[in-house]
Design a protein around this ligand. Structure first.
Ligand code: ARG
Length: 459
């Protein structure tokens, strides 16, 4: 039996319990961050005179060697190593002997793991932010190409009013912007340093927490050592920000799935992102957006497990916290993969069927509101106009015609306000162009939005 606390115990761990207890199988992902944290700690110990400058230097050098060993694949954690922190300490002691045993002065694994996971998450947040921006840029370029392409707009998945396709795509750019803002906000709370809180109460060792915090690029240190080692709010906040990213991706994914059906046929899937069936030779399936939609389950599920893990936990550190890692790792991986897949899908996985889209907006009653607005402009109270147009739509449906097929006499039977210009004002293009309210779908407004985003991205 040989582990850190062997002298205190009489017996070794039951092998199954040793496995059950260990996190090395997954927290090895935190190795680089663990080394970064340890190097900052040991430098600080040297600067504060807790160990000599020479000792500090030797330990730092050995830690850097472990980093190279890991990069070249020669650092193999021992099966006995419970976690990445012990694995590094053990390797350090194997390399430089007794001196390596000084590394853990004034520190506990409780504040150490807190540092590692925050450093890791901070980097991941920055990567996700970049990815989201790339996705926004792809959507923006598709929007620019399709400013004057019209698409039916829906409420309740029933035809409502036609839109500029660019307007539709820019709605997602907005959602992704909020996602990015949320990440920036979470990052502020991820970027607070718990190191130096030791196990729970701080330490009698004359350390300087500000030094390590600064070396590691944190914005501040936790003010309360108990809070520092028992806070996982940032993990939950990050997971919920990711859940919203997944919601946004899944909404677009679901639209693409609908659009690619024969019933809608608003898009054609290219061969780059579609798959065939093993049985039905005619099939072309939208696996990519379906998978994105399906993967929401994982990310929402991890959020639920983190919330449940934290609920009712007494202060301070509890081993329950070890469960945060696999959740976070999978949330990051899944969210990252889904943003990437959706970016590729929107960039080269589909083509808009512009002819089909223009037929779609020509052949419905989605200009009915505009007839009511026409009457309202001529002084008819809107509610009254709305009811008149309702009866007109009913009549057209019975006669199997569209509003544009009515003769001027028929229009005027309903109201003498109708003049010849009614025909132009209910053309889909005119209808879209007329919605000039701020944030509306008018081409002039959408153009403003395109310019806003282009400026924002320096394009
Ligand atoms: N592997 C542990 C975790 O992930 C590290 C901290 C262990 N601390 C302790 N007091 N057992 O949470």
């Amino acid at each position: 039996m040989s582990n850190t606390w062997s002298d205190r115990f009489d017996q070794g761990l039951h092998p199954a319990i040793e496995q059950f207890n260990a996190s090395i199988g997954f927290d090895i992902q935190l190795l680089q961050e663990d080394l970064d944290g340890s190097i900052a700690h040991v430098r600080m110990l040297g600067e504060c005179g807790v160990i000599s400058p020479d000792e500090s230097l030797q330990i730092e050098k050995a830690l850097e060697e472990i980093r190279s060993e890991e990069l070249s694949g020669t650092f193999v954690p021992d099966l006995n190593d419970e976690d990445v922190h012990f694995a590094v300490e053990r390797r350090l002691i194997a390399k430089i002997g007794k001196l390596g045993k000084k590394l853990h002065t004034g520190r506990s694994r409780n504040d150490q793991v807190g540092v590692d996971i925050r450093l890791w998450l901070r980097r991941q947040i920055d990567l996700l932010d970049k990815q989201l921006e790339s996705f926004q840029k792809i959507l923006l370029s598709k929007a620019e190409e399709n400013l004057y392409v019209l698409i039916p707009g829906y409420t309740h998945l029933q035809r409502a009013q036609p839109l500029s396709l660019a307007h539709h795509l820019l709605a997602y750019v907005e959602m992704l912007q909020r996602d990015r803002e949320r990440l920036v906000d979470v990052r502020k709370r991820v970027n607070i340093c718990p190191l130096g809180s030791a196990a729970l109460a701080g330490t009698s060792v004359p350390i300087d927490r500000r030094k390590t915090s600064e070396m590691l690029g944190f914005d501040d240190v936790y003010s309360n050592s108990l809070d520092a080692v028992s806070d996982r709010d940032f993990a939950i906040e990050f997971n919920s920000a990711s859940a919203l990213i997944m919601i946004h991706l899944s909404r677009l994914a679901d639209e693409v799935i609908l659009w690619a059906t024969e019933e809608f046929a608003f898009v054609r899937l290219t061969d780059r992102c579609a798959t065939g069936s093993s049985l039905m030779p005619q099939k072309k399936n939208p696996d990519v957006p379906e998978l994105v939609r399906g993967k929401c389950g994982r990310v929402f599920g991890h959020l639920q497990s983190l919330l449940t893990m934290m609920k009712g936990l007494p202060l301070a550190y509890n081993k329950d916290f070890q469960e945060d890692k696999e959740a976070l790792f999978d949330v990051v991986k899944t969210t990252h993969n889904c943003i990437n897949a959706m970016t590729i899908l929107m960039d080269e996985g589909l083509e808009f069927c512009t002819e089909r889209l223009s037929v779609a907006v020509e052949s419905d009653f989605s200009n009915a509101t505009d007839v009511a607005d026409y009457l309202a402009r001529k002084g008819v109270p809107f509610r009254e106009a709305y009811q008149m147009v309702g009866s007109l739509v009913k009549r057209c449906i019975n006669e199997r015609i569209l509003l544009r097929d009515l003769t001027l006499e028929q229009w005027q039977e309903l109201s003498p306000c109708f003049q010849n210009d009614i025909y132009d004002s209910i053309l889909p293009r005119a209808v879209v162009a007329s919605r000039t309210s701020e944030g509306g779908t008018a081409f002039s407004r959408v153009k403003e939005q395109l310019n806003f985003w282009k400026n924002r991205f320096d394009l």
